[in-house]
Design a protein around this ligand. Structure first.
Ligand code: PLP
Ligand code: ZN
Length: 436
């Protein structure tokens, strides 16, 4: 059976473009492109056949390429660049559910991945495609991205695995130490610019305009095809039953659209029989989607995003706004925001329940609690929160919380170390007080 995929304009302009061509925007209207699949060909296989195939591939090295017919069917095996992405755990979190006021909470642990964030899902697709393009004589010499930290870590790792030069543009002083050192360690050209993410994004678009440097940001729709597998994996892990809600921390908005795209394809092919509702979770300091939502999605008003512990979603001019609005409308979605204090306490409660939540996951968890308080999430509903990065990438945030030094955070659940003399009596006295 032969499957195919091509680029088309998200605004419906006529025209199909090769997915291995260097093109990011519609030549007619300048809008973003998306990867379209030959759904009729995919639908020649029954839903049961797809479920069986995906079940057989559950031990496959990559959760993304386990769904390859739905992702990028024209990619040749020998060009796949995989570092074992996907197939991350989906954990029930009953203790955390109780402390957040939810009945049935699951955490999709995407940070348990090669570079510590869910950006690996999209990067395996993009870098594999570039490898195939280069093998076929394309003029592309390098890959480049602007990043709030996780995209550049993933790009640098996958490019290094493929032997392709990578260039990353980072907002100087606005990402964690772990995120900064990852692309440095992988040998990428690391350009720290005195601006924010949105400023880096403007520059990378100029630098990649000549087509010899391939743009790896999520306005490049190949990444979306890999990222979309997260939703398909969630419903697979739940026995092909959609949860009531999936909540995702959102910044540049490529991922909320990817999540919907995967779920809509699963629904269209009959692999699931209903869609979950989506909630896009934003930090109050970087909330352009939330503000647009409150105005009925009349338009995006770009803003200068303020400092937030959720640094990976500190974005004021999200590139994929239009796609996100379509995704939220298709999945009966909502947008909610939380403060620094709320996100930090939610992450701390997750840690107390045995997780180790990054600040972005804290945003999503705090939104889950808020939506439950508002009654938007009803009693008994099943909620999946996508944990987008590993807490270990954000040690500054964890240390700051427990030292009570984060701006605008009260840190109700802080647990600083106890300084004691090296004396057994003093230790016993302390422990008997603590265990009371
Ligand atoms: C990229 C990222 C997000 C948000 O994804 P967008 O597509 O930018 O909305 C959330 N959390 C983490 C940790 C990320 O790296
Ligand atoms: Zn167009």
């Amino acid at each position: 059976m032969s499957f195919s995929a091509w680029y088309r304009c998200i605004r419906g302009c006529p025209g199909r473009y090769d997915v291995f061509e260097v093109i990011y925007r519609c030549p007619v209207c300048g809008g973003l492109l998306e990867v379209a699949h030959d759904v009729a060909a995919l639908a020649e296989r029954s839903a049961a056949t797809w479920r069986d195939l995906f079940a057989q591939r559950a031990g496959y090295g990559s959760g993304v390429w386990a769904k390859r017919e739905w992702v990028l069917p024209q990619l040749a095996d020998e060009h796949i660049v995989s570092l074992g992405e996907g197939f991350t755990p989906l954990l029930p979190a009953p203790r955390l559910a109780r402390s957040l006021g939810l009945d049935d909470l699951w955490i999709k642990q995407c940070g348990v991945s090669h570079t510590g964030s869910f950006k690996d899902l999209g990067m395996t697709v993009l870098v594999s495609a570039v490898k195939q393009m280069m093998a076929q004589g394309s003029a592309v010499r390098a890959v480049a991205c602007a990043s709030t930290g996780d995209t550049s870590a993933a790009l640098a790792a996958y490019a290094a695995a493929a032997g392709i030069p990578a260039i990353v543009f980072l907002p100087a002083g606005k990402i964690s130490t772990a995120q900064l050192i990852q692309p440095i360690a992988h040998g990428a050209r690391v350009l720290a610019l005195d601006t924010d993410f949105d400023g880096c994004m403007r520059i990378v678009q100029e630098v990649t305009a000549d087509r010899s440097i391939y743009l790896a940001n999520s306005m490049n729709s190949l990444r979306v095809e890999g990222q979309k597998t997260v939703g398909i994996e969630i419903v697979q892990q739940l026995g092909w039953r959609a949860p009531d809600w999936i909540i995702l921390p959102s910044g540049n908005l490529g991922n909320i659209s990817a999540l919907a795209k995967g779920l809509l394809l699963a629904k269209e092919l009959g692999v699931i029989d209903r869609l979950p509702r989506l909630a896009a979770a934003q930090a109050e300091r970087a909330n352009p989607l939330y503000l647009a939502y409150r105005r009925g999605f009349d338009r995006l008003e770009p803003m200068t995003a303020g400092a937030t512990a959720a640094s990976a979603i500190r974005i004021g001019a999200p590139v994929s706004y239009e796609k996100a609005v379509a995704a939220l409308r298709a999945c009966n979605g909502v947008v909610e925001q939380v403060s620094e204090d709320e996100l930090a306490d939610a992450a701390a409660l997750a840690d107390r329940a045995g997780l180790y939540a990054c600040p972005h996951t804290g945003v999503a968890l705090a939104v889950a609690a808020k939506l439950a308080r508002q009654g938007v999430i009803a009693a008994g509903q099943r909620v999946v929160v996508i944990s987008t990065a590993h807490g270990l990438k954000f040690s500054e945030f964890k240390v700051g919380y427990h030292e009570a030094s984060l701006a605008d955070v009260i840190a109700r659940h802080r647990n600083p170390p106890v300084m004691l003399p090296a004396d057994a009596q003093a230790v016993k006295a302390d422990l008997s007080r603590w265990l009371l």
